[in-house]
Design a protein. Structure first.
Length: 59
């Protein structure tokens, strides 16, 4: 369920926001509705090795 919520939230972010999840700070990520500290940290940890290229990369 958490992954589904994250996928939905980030898909809306990709469509309607100027926040780039590959470069955004923790604070910027947390400004996205539904993205808390743990999710922001997950995104930052993930992108140390890989970049998000498509929404499926979130899963």
């Amino acid at each position: 369920m958490k992954k589904l919520l994250l996928t939905l939230l980030l898909s809306f972010t990709f469509l309607f926001s100027t926040i780039n999840i590959n470069t955004a700070s923790k604070e910027e990520l947390m400004s996205i509705k539904g993205v808390g500290e743990k999710t922001a940290e997950y995104i930052i940890d993930y992108r140390k090795d890989k970049k998000f290229e498509k929404i499926e990369d979130i899963k």
